[in-house]
Ligand binder design. Structure first.
Ligand code: DGJ
Length: 366
């Protein structure tokens, strides 16, 4: 009896409603289980937020896709309901999403014209390490899925970036761009951004992770149009996350050090086509839990800039703290964003609430 009461008490404790973010800690879902949605992104649809991310399992093998892409939903951003597996890996050796392949950084957007939910993700075929470097698409009629695999791409095959003429541009950083021109560009870490005019863009690490490409998608969001630009050739940017604020586009990215943390960087532009101006490390202030400081993104790596619905100008910066030896234990840093002196800033409060965003913004730089 005593044991039953203790179990009930612990379950109640684990599943009690949260009313704030506690970045870096275990984040229980509605069943009291640590949320399993790494490298994720969030879609707001009809009054609810939907968080999609990589489902990981314990142990080294958990870094590849053994299950698929998870989905959680929430109304308040603190409490998340497990909606199950939105995109499941397949057992067939002929499938592009064969169990054991690599599926990373899934992002879901809604296409108002086709009324379909479109999931994009970084795909590496089974047994090929990170050599495939493809951008893949799955679609669903219902936000929580099931998503059906549609197609994978090497982006912008046979196309040159906007304004680039291979015969006249003198630049020593185009050898990889040229190498991949005929077979399609590489695409590893990625995100998707839908602008106010409904146009969607794929932002991905290309050219062996040396250069980010921003590519316009077709109206149905399923394919590349062939229109793309490069950001900072040779800049080694991964983990892109993007938002729009005050009519400008803000991008946070990381350097390339595998699962290990490095210094984040940020950029701003008046147009998705650039030019993109570098703004340096957006992370400011100490790590209240000890460990890595802002010069190492507090141990995290960017994945998404989440607009808070109904609060114009309010954004949450989502980072992953990877645990490659036990990936299921990876943690999440959801941190407040503010814009100040023409820069985007992120700080790490020990706990915080969405209502605190304005006060936190005002205290930056004090
Ligand atoms: C860093 C990327 O951002 C992650 O998504 C993952 O691909 C790791 N590299 C693998 O080392």
């Amino acid at each position: 009896m005593a044991r039953l009461l203790l179990t009930l008490f612990l379950t109640a404790l684990a599943t009690r409603a949260a009313d704030c973010f506690t970045p870096g800690e275990i984040w229980p879902d509605d069943k009291g289980v640590h949320i399993n949605a790494h490298g994720g992104g969030v879609l707001f649809h009809e009054g609810r937020y939907y968080w999609f991310g990589e489902h990981k399992i314990s142990g080294r093998g958990g870094n590849s896709a053994q299950v698929g892409v998870s989905c959680y939903s929430s109304q308040d951003l603190y409490n998340w309901k497990d909606e199950g597996i939105a995109l499941a890996v397949e057992d067939s050796a002929r499938s592009e999403i064969r169990k054991g392949c690599i599926i990373e950084r899934p992002k879901v957007v809604y296409n108002a014209k086709t009324k379909r939910f479109v999931m994009w993700f970084h795909l590496e075929h089974y047994g090929k390490g990170y050599g495939t470097a493809r951008a893949a698409v799955a679609v669903a009629e219902k936000v929580t899925g099931p998503y059906r695999f549609y197609q994978s791409h090497r982006p912008n095959k046979g196309e040159w970036p906007i304004g680039y003429d291979p015969d006249t541009v003198k630049d020593d950083k185009v050898s990889l761009l040229k190498r991949d021109h005929s077979k399609g560009q590489m695409s590893r870490d990625m995100t998707i951004f839908v602008d106010d005019d409904g146009r969607a863009y794929h932002i991905g690490s290309a050219e062996e992770n040396y250069t980010l490409h921003i590519s316009l998608l077709t109206d149905d969001y399923l394919r590349f149009t062939g229109k793309f630009v490069r950001i900072f050739p040779g800049g080694h940017n991964e983990a892109p996350a993007i938002c729009k604020h005050d009519g400008r586009y803000w991008l946070i990215a990381s350097g390339c050090t595998g699962w290990d943390p490095n210094e984040a960087r940020s950029y701003v532009a008046d147009s998705m086509a650039g030019p993109w101006k570098p703004l340096g490390n957006p992370c400011m202030g100490p790590n209240p839990r000890g460990g890595h400081g802002p010069e190492k993104t507090w141990g995290g790596q960017s994945t998404f800039l989440l607009p808070v619905h109904g609060r114009p100008g309010a954004f949450i910066a989502m980072f992953d703290v990877w645990r490659p030896r036990d990936p299921i234990d990876g943690r999440y840093l959801w941190l407040p964003v503010c814009f100040e002196d023409g820069r985007i800033r992120v700080t790490f409060p020990e706990t915080w609430r969405i209502e605190d965003l304005d006060a936190l913004a005002n205290s930056v730089g004090e």
